[in-house]
Design a protein around this ligand. Structure first.
Ligand SMILES: Cc1ncc(COP(=O)(O)O)c(C=O)c1O
Length: 467
């Protein structure tokens, strides 16, 4: 095999793939069942390596049968789009493969991560803050809960957690499931994450939270952690941080803001008021791999008090890694990971490329596009908005003329679009309603892309209606 021939061919393949992202005639998936995929790709590793041509063919097939998440009709997830400078940044960071633990092995990446944390904290308002890049929003939420547990029970780091301490966490009933996993991992237990009933728009209200906290205290339990969600996964609603902070201040409880999905809204001068009070929180999860369109994974946990993360780490007798010989505190000393990807680097390249104003405009565009989706839904006689739109997610249903089951009907339309590869939009439940959730996550979306989506969607719905 000639690696340079493979490299040259790969370049052509990458170029064609990127160009196809902007070609509306291209579908985003050639759908195959797992059995069919096994027929077109040999997944097994053989005793002997493949030939150069076979290797190139595997590269083609990998792209051919993967979902084209850079295609503008990929509207399924909270990540989407193709961010060129971040892609290049990722390629270069993998090229210079290293781990984020020490300055010794990652001098430039260390300075970049520190600058990204500083810049991100200029938005959070944590004037003496810190932070770390880690392996996803779920893990950022875990480390936030871990930090809160260590603040209230510092001994638990060494002695272990005693369930008689009765720690209780409080989250919006629509919060992400990662808080349950975090409580499970920390030994606190999933049932001790109290789900606070949301209002009609899906937001956790301070009064309901305070009642739940008081109820817990009256039973001898110890509230230690509250998470406000900055854009819930399904409906995209923002919990009122300021009012919630009044409650957590009153009871001395750690306040975390989960902005994994909607945290990037803080970049928008127009819309950041939805996160008013963020500077009063103790920690903040922010996933640039979602609305900033950085390739997965790119996720940070920011903390208000500079020494929070170091306090979590107890056993660094690792003189085989940390030699303390450079004029800098190695970043690995505040991470629960040892080896760690240089995820800040691709973000830095993208932020350099677009600039502060460019990113502000990209987030504003997402809000504008979600507003346009809402307009279309409201003006179409067959479409019905299922919940009030607050940000980037628009939940709706098509109401068919016959008295068919509305849930089954909407699912059938969505599945037809997914399997033909025309468009890929997600669904979920609001109570018992199955709703189509359009997410404006790809900052390059424009009105024509959205019109195209609705043309596909309505055409498929009408076809089904007339069957
Ligand atoms: C509100 C919220 N929090 C946390 C997460 C988890 O983030 P990640 O997928 O990066 O683990 C998500 C993911 O969708 C989310 O929507």
């Amino acid at each position: 095999m000639n690696d340079l021939t493979i490299l040259a061919s790969s370049f052509d393949k990458i170029k064609a793939y990127i160009q196809a992202n902007d070609d509306p005639s291209k579908t985003l998936l050639d759908f195959k069942t797992p059995a069919e995929l096994s027929e077109v790709i040999d997944f097994k590793i053989a005793k002997k390596g493949v030939s150069e041509n076979e290797f190139l063919d595997l590269l083609d097939k990998y792209l051919e049968y993967s979902v084209k998440t850079g295609n503008k009709q990929f509207l399924n997830q909270l990540y989407a789009g193709f961010n060129f400078p971040a892609f290049i940044g990722e390629v270069f960071s993998v090229l210079a493969n290293t781990s984020m633990y020490t300055y010794e092995v990652a001098p430039v990446a260390t300075c970049i991560e520190m600058e990204m944390i500083r810049l991100m904290n200029s938005y959070t308002g944590y004037t003496n803050g810190d932070g770390i890049f880690l392996s996803g929003g779920s893990n950022a939420n875990l480390v936030a809960m871990f930090s809160a547990r260590n603040r209230i029970l510092p001994d638990s780091r060494v002695e272990g957690y005693n369930r008689n301490e009765k720690l209780r966490a409080f989250v919006n009933e629509n919060a992400h499931y990662s808080f349950g996993t975090a409580a499970n991992l920390l030994g606190i237990g999933t049932k001790n994450v109290i789900k606070v009933k949301a209002d009609a728009d899906g937001r956790m209200q301070a009064e309901a939270l305070e009642k739940a906290i008081q109820h817990a205290i009256s039973k001898g339990e110890k509230p230690f952690f509250v998470a406000a969600t900055c854009a819930t996964t399904m409906m995209g609603t923002y919990d009122p941080i300021d009012a919630i902070a009044d409650v957590t201040d009153k009871y001395g409880i750690w306040l975390h803001a989960d902005g994994a999905f909607g945290g990037s809204l803080i970049l928008s001068d127009k819309h950041r008021h939805l996160m008013q009070g963020l500077e009063r929180s103790d920690s903040f999860t922010w996933d640039p791999h979602k609305l900033m369109n950085i390739p997965l994974i790119c996720s940070a946990l920011l903390v208000k008090k500079a020494d929070t993360l170091q306090q979590n780490i107890t056993d660094i007798n690792t003189d085989y890694i940390y030699h303390n010989i450079d004029e800098i505190e190695d970043l690995g000393k505040k991470s629960i990971q040892c080896g760690r990807r240089v995820d800040a680097v691709k973000l830095w390249f993208a932020w350099k490329y677009f600039g502060v104003d460019g990113y502000r405009d990209r987030i504003d565009n997402l809000m504008d596009m979600a507003g346009y989706v809402e307009e279309i839904v409201n003006s179409h006689p067959k479409l019905r908005l299922n919940s009030k739109r607050q940000s980037f997610a628009v939940c709706f249903q098509y109401i068919p003329k016959k008295r068919t089951n509305v849930n089954d009907f909407n699912l059938a339309v969505r599945e037809a679009l997914r399997k033909t590869g025309k468009s890929n939009v997600n669904f979920g439940y609001n109570g018992s309603d199955l709703v189509i959730r359009f997410v404006a996550a790809n900052a390059d979306l424009n009105k024509a892309d959205i019109d195209r989506f609705f043309n596909y969607f309505i055409a498929e719905a009408q076809k089904l209606e007339n069957e």
